[in-house]
Design a protein around this ligand. Sequence first.
Ligand SMILES: *Cc1c(COP(=O)(O)O)cnc(C)c1O
Length: 496
Amino acid sequence: METSYHSTRSDAEHLSSKQAILTGIAPDGGLFVSDQMLSCKLDLATVCANDYHANARLVLGTLLGDYTSEQIATCVEGAYGAQWDTRAITPLAPMGDDWLLELFHGPTCAFKDVALQMLPRLMSVARLTAGSGRNVMILTATSGDTGKAALDGFADVAGTGVTVFYPHGKVSDVQRLQMVTQHGANVAVCGIRGNFDDAQTEVKNIFANKSFAERLDRRNTVLSSANSINVGRLVPQVTYYFDAYAQLVRAGATKIGQPVDFCVPTGNFGDVLAGYYAKCLGLPVGKLIVASNANNVLTDFITTGTYDRKRPFHKTISPSMDILVSSNLERLLYFLSDGDCELVASYMKDLSEQGSYTVSNKIATRLRESFDCGFANDDDTRRTIRATYDELGMLIDTHTAVAKAVLDARKHEGNPRVCLSTASPYKFSADVLAALGTNTDGLDGFACMDELAKLTGTHAPTQLSQLRSEPELHTSVCDQDKMEDFVFEACARVFS
Ligand SMILES: *Cc1c(COP(=O)(O)O)cnc(C)c1O
């Protein structure tokens, strides 16, 4: 099937999925969406008989129609190979009366690997078969998890490079070491004197700088983004909703055609939107439950129909969900409005000019047909980590615990419920250990990892525990106004 993509804010110009992946974000600021998604249904009997890799081929082949089946198959084999600690990729485990979908078995122990092991491969194929053959430099500001997942995904991928900026002194020991020990001839990592927003703001400035783009263009290089607005990051995430359903059916927990609820710890709305895409493609989804931490802008939105980002920002123990503007919501608004680009554009204008927008009654009603919501503060989250360990013997991370807390606060109405688990508890050892009642004062990240292992009789993933003995390869730290120079030098070095 031919798939074509256009902006959420205008359908005047259509791109192939390869072009959409290379471009990242539409020139008018909108996100790329495909209307074909609504007219296509996957066959559930096939899905339930498939393994993860076959389901990935099915989903990607459906949503990225201009890739050949050979190209898709090669990307799937490469993205979901031996760098995962299980061939199941995203195994489902029973958790009391519910189910836990473990999305953290990839190389960097966070769910972003599912998409960021795939995106570089999709981009490489697109570059060679639909692009102008120019080099692509991925530019990312990270508060922790995305940077490492992007580095690992793009390391040594031909024709690409990756530059990551993180706020110096403001990421955890483990997160910093994950990035500064990264191997690869095409990677660059730099700390910024400032906070995440400073890094993010300057990255946006660099993207918007036309003369810088021309300077890079003369060197046959374009900039691109690896964050979750890219179609190539969103689409791979649809697979695990189908695959979770297949696992439930095979476990005898449900029958083909019966609805299942999913509870998703949410930040930028990429993960839970992939669940909505799965529903559009025919997956029997009851409710998608949007779980937030104290930054509960989405809870309020789903409850009231008004999105209001004018509120205090809370720094929580689930930092990857500390977000007040959930970019991917724009795609949902497009689909809930039956593709009304003008309306979506007007909401986004209100958001940028007034800091809020209110959707029509029709959209609010349709929103609540598919989505439910709840939030958990840090105390709820810690209590849930402790109770889950004490009562079920399961160790969950701070982000997963937000979703579990939201699930626990609801009545169980009959549908099987799947809680998405987005990170290994060892990625957030200090907060998990403290939640279990250990005093962590004076313990560094690795001491917490060791204590957590001792206390629970589990093991830290080797890619995390080994970090303490790996050489630090990237020692650069710079001011915000030197970031552009750093990017240029990285391009010159990587694409020489
Ligand atoms: C990124 C992230 C999330 C949030 O996912 P979104 O797609 O941004 O909603 C949740 N948990 C962890 C561990 C993450 O890294």
